[in-house]
Design a protein around this ligand. Structure first.
Ligand SMILES: [Zn+2]
Length: 251
């Protein structure tokens, strides 16, 4: 068991020094990670973190091309995701294969996520803020809520899903979570040195990019950051940043 994290210190440095440099990103669709935290993942990887990725759907919707089947699209998008992970220096993503747009926050999904947490034993988990009011995509909400429910209290309690013991899995609780897509950001990562890597990883999602190029993506991202800055607050924040709500998990 690690020492408690000090909330006044930098969360990621605290986890790295007091626990270990193992992160797990759990998102809904193949390009969610690159949009929300591609720069942060590139930074963590460069700092020596091992980064695993679990994606709950394979993105088998999300095309305007009437000749493409869902299965073709899923295969294509999984491949794009592997290429993007390679660019970010993360480990190869695992796809849970639920149909896009049809996720439910039920026990089936929670058990699968508990198994992944027990198997990969991350100290930092990055996922969607599923509790954000008015969050507009069900898969994002469900993935965020189910990840939270899997981590607390289920994954660390051996009475939840006791059959996992037969698979050689032990209870585990990560030290902290970072919630992306939040309305209440309180943790910002400066991604200026990693912006090119983020853009390259986004461009790996060829089927989703339409005619957007590197310059267009950069502009879109800058506009979005500016729009999201609370009045008067932005002067103190990194100019190019990815923002999260932090959750410290007590032991
Ligand atoms: Zn998505």
């Amino acid at each position: 068991m690690i020492e408690a994290l000090d909330p006044s210190e930098d969360l990621i440095s605290e986890v790295a020094t007091k626990a270990s440099k193992r992160a797990l990103c759990i998102f809904a669709h193949p390009d969610d990670l690159e949009f929300t935290c591609g720069g942060s993942v590139a930074k963590l990887a460069l700092d020596g973190w091992s980064i695993d990725i679990v994606i709950t759907t394979s993105g088998n919707k999300g095309t305007k091309d009437p000749s493409v089947t869902g299965q073709q699209l899923a295969g294509e998008r999984e491949q794009e995701s592997r290429a993007a992970a390679f660019i970010l220096k993360a480990n190869e993503p695992k796809f849970l294969g639920f149909p896009d747009g049809m996720l439910h926050a039920n026990d089936e999904l929670r058990e699968i996520l508990v198994r992944e947490v027990r198997r990969l034993r991350p100290e930092l988990v990055i996922t969607w803020d599923g509790f954000r009011p008015g969050f507009n995509h069900r898969d994002h909400r469900v993935t965020g809520i189910s990840t939270y429910d899997a981590i607390y209290p289920a994954a660390d309690d051996h009475l939840f899903y006791p059959d996992h013991k037969d698979e050689g899995l032990q209870p585990h609780r990560p030290s902290a979570m970072l919630l992306a897509g939040t309305d209440e950001p309180d943790y910002h990562i400066d991604i200026e040195p990693f912006m090119d890597i983020k853009i390259n990883a986004l461009l790996a999602h060829v089927s989703q990019m339409g005619d957007r190029d590197a310059e267009g993506l950069r502009r879109m991202y800058q506009d979005r950051i500016q729009a999201s800055a609370p009045d008067g607050d932005s002067a103190n924040l990194p100019k190019l940043r990815e923002s999260f709500k932090k959750v410290i998990l007590r032991r």
